[in-house]
Design a protein around this ligand. Sequence first.
Ligand code: ADP
Ligand code: MG
Length: 277
Amino acid sequence: MSAVNPGSTVSLCIMSGKGGVGKTNLALNLGLTLRDMGHRLLLMDCDLGLGNLDVLLGLTPEKNLQDILGGEVKPEDVVLAVEDGLDILPAASGVPELVEMDQNQRDSLFEQLAGLVAGYDFLLMDLGAGISSTVLALARMAQMRIVLVTPEPTSLTDGYAIIKVLNAKFGVRDFCVVVNQASAEESRETFQRLNMACKNFLGFELLHLGHVRLDRTLTQAVIHQTPLARFAPECPASVDIRVLAGRIARYRSENLETIAARRALKEFLPGATARNT
Ligand SMILES: Nc1ncnc2c1ncn2[C@@H]1O[C@H](COP(=O)(O)OP(=O)(O)O)[C@@H](O)[C@H]1O
Ligand SMILES: [Mg+2]
């Protein structure tokens, strides 16, 4: 297996039913933590209406993902290096018509991205909240799906809704759950509630990947436009994110053969079927 085997890229998406639960911060800090562990990552801002990954980093990108859609710009020209081993693909903000790309636009975008993505160990996608067709298409293609919830009942019902829709539309049955702003115990309780609903009404169970504690340091990091993993690497939330990163890295190493056999590139070609359909 060569160092840059196109088949060994793991695509992972972070999604939630509602906004403001912590997706972008989790994506960014997971990305930095996996990078610190020696992995090469592309962090893609897939929140096409309200992209703000760049804001958390204090960057003002000249080009973004939407420019690739126009066809004049190559993905390589949009990518920004955050640190050695971690690149981002920024998205535009405040362009609502791009939230609902049609099938042709999506196919063309994925085709253009396939070559770029193949050079990384992980493609980490920060999805917009909710169940737009673009969110569903990206979530369907990802090899790992993280549903981010908080212990609030509304977050739980919205998380369940997104799982239900992906299952009903595409037959997807494998989801990881991360409970944000929660203690270990709250996380277990929240997970159990969500898992029970899936087991009883959809007929499959979820995987509990872990939790991130409620940590005011994160708010400070956001204000300073510095990622938490750099602002306070030893604070409780950073410690929890390291545990999550370790589990994700293990998933990749344990499944490398299956992943390589499936050729990640194919995942981004039009008509590629989801793993579980
Ligand atoms: N673990 C946490 N502890 C404390 N505050 C958090 C935590 N996770 C998220 N937040 C707060 O929620 C806000 C929104 O987070 P963000 O990552 O932008 O959410 P999303 O991308 O889901 O809309 C952050 O700016 C932060 O203030
Ligand atoms: Mg966000």
